[in-house]
Design a protein around this ligand. Structure first.
Ligand code: GLN
Length: 433
């Protein structure tokens, strides 16, 4: 088997971020850069005015791959967003809001219409009791909610338990808040968790645990038993759980989304984060929220207020309409994504990838070991430059890059024809095995 030639740009990304403050350099950096453990020559900005905080992480690989995709005219299966529109009713509701006086700031922690709608939905769908006046913070996407949660909870030196592979943002969230991540591996291929490893990750320094279910990038949906174990550990160690439930309505094969806040008495120590982006295909609207016990919500409201003042008011008003959609909307959403998953994952396997069936969310981690490439960056750059398909290199989801070096992440929140085109472009891989 011949190793395919690939351009120099394969070396494009020669560094990988370790949220714990360590970095791997897969190419030589200059000596003077090595004195700081928290910096890495590949992404350190050469300007003494820059704070150490800003030097601690590179730009997002996920967002970077989207730009590289555009530069190469590639089918973009990297960053997770749909290439189809939100529901018509949602767009119409936004137009109405724009025309009806919702063009100034909302209450900083969210328009009352939306907070009430979130509380109603949290009660019926998630089994969480939330007082719209006390427990809700509306944010600029769940991204801001997660950052506000971390900044509200963590003092420098505190530890945060993170399941690995993890959504890339949690690294910079930890770095900016000063947290040290303690990784608990979800093991390929079923993304199972070892109970003893999880128990051992909780120490006297643990302040929080981040639980992302349904999970990005693995598609794992945490079971009730796993959530009960996490709940017990949180209660034993007086730890707060921060859950990222942005894919809560995208589950397959009878998997059921369970909110950790609804397990036992976890409502008293859980920040539940979700938002509009994935459930209503409106990632650009930047409307997210957190449900938290009053004291934590109070802290998050402060952070949020001084970071962004508020999420876009007219879009919050429209979001309140979406949250009243009937049950059939969510059933259709899950069914539509299941059909995409079935066809796409089957297609990936047929050209030579190894992957399980994600049980939720719209990503699949694919093992490309059958193809002769040095690592995930080499392979991802080959895919985007030569075959015209953009993915996310697996190393960006791991604390140690080598642990993710045989995977790339595909996302399938795209029109059927887009996914078909991507699979067509991947056909030449058959010849490389
Ligand atoms: N969650 C999406 C992903 O993993 C992207 C989110 C974002 O870019 N803010 O691709």
């Amino acid at each position: 088997m011949r190793e395919p030639a690939w351009p120099d740009a394969v070396r494009h990304r020669n560094h990988t971020f370790f949220p714990s403050g360590r970095f791997a350099t897969r190419s030589k950096g200059s000596m003077e850069d090595t004195q700081s453990q928290r910096s890495e020559p590949g992404f350190r900005i050469n300007d003494p005015h820059i704070s150490e905080r800003a030097q601690r992480f590179p730009e997002s690989v996920i967002r970077e791959m989207t730009r590289i995709a555009a530069a190469h005219g590639a089918v973009n299966l990297s960053q997770g967003y749909p290439d189809f529109d939100p529901p018509r009713e949602l767009v119409e509701a936004a137009k109405l809001a724009l025309e009806n006086g919702y063009n100034q700031y909302s209450t900083t922690w969210g328009a009352p219409e939306l907070r009430h709608a979130i509380a109603r939905k949290a009660k019926t769908f998630n089994g969480i009791d939330a007082d719209p006046e006390a427990n809700l913070v509306v944010t600029c996407g769940s991204t801001e909610a997660m950052m506000a949660a971390m900044l509200s909870l963590v003092n420098p030196g505190d530890e945060v338990v993170v399941f690995e592979p993890f959504y890339e943002n949690y690294g910079p969230d930890a770095a900016m808040s000063g947290a040290t991540p303690r990784y608990v591996r979800m093991e390929w291929p079923g993304w199972s968790i070892d109970e003893e490893t999880l128990k051992a990750a909780f120490t006297p320094k643990t302040k929080a645990v981040i639980v992302n279910t349904p999970n990005n990038p693995t598609g794992k949906v945490f079971s009730s038993d796993e959530l009960r174990l996490i709940a017990d550990l949180c209660s034993d160690h007086d730890v707060v759980a921060v859950t990222d439930e942005i894919y809560e309505h995208i589950v397959y094969d009878g998997a059921r989304h369970v909110s950790l806040a609804a397990v036992g008495d976890m409502a008293g120590r859980t920040i539940t984060i979700s938002g509009l982006s994935k459930t209503y295909s409106a990632t650009g609207w930047r409307v997210g929220w957190a449900i938290a016990p009053k004291t934590l919500a109070d802290a998050m409201r402060r952070i949020h207020d001084f970071l962004t003042v508020g999420a876009p008011h007219p879009l919050q008003i429209a979001a309140a309409v979406a949250l009243e959609f009937p049950e059939t909307y969510y059933a259709n959403l899950a069914r539509t994504y299941r059909a995409k998953r079935d066809r796409f994952v089957k297609g990936l396997r047929s050209v030579g990838f190894e992957c399980g069936d994600p049980r939720g969310a719209y990503y699949v981690m694919a093992d490309f070991s059958r193809f002769p490439f040095e690592d995930d960056w080499a392979f991802a750059m080959y895919l985007v430059e030569r075959l015209g398909v953009a993915t996310v290199p697996g190393s960006s989801f791991y604390g140690r890059p080598e642990d993710g070096a045989r995977y790339v992440r595909f996302m399938f929140s795209k029109k059927d024809e887009t996914l078909e085109e991507a699979l067509r472009r991947l056909e030449p891989l058959r010849e490389l095995q």
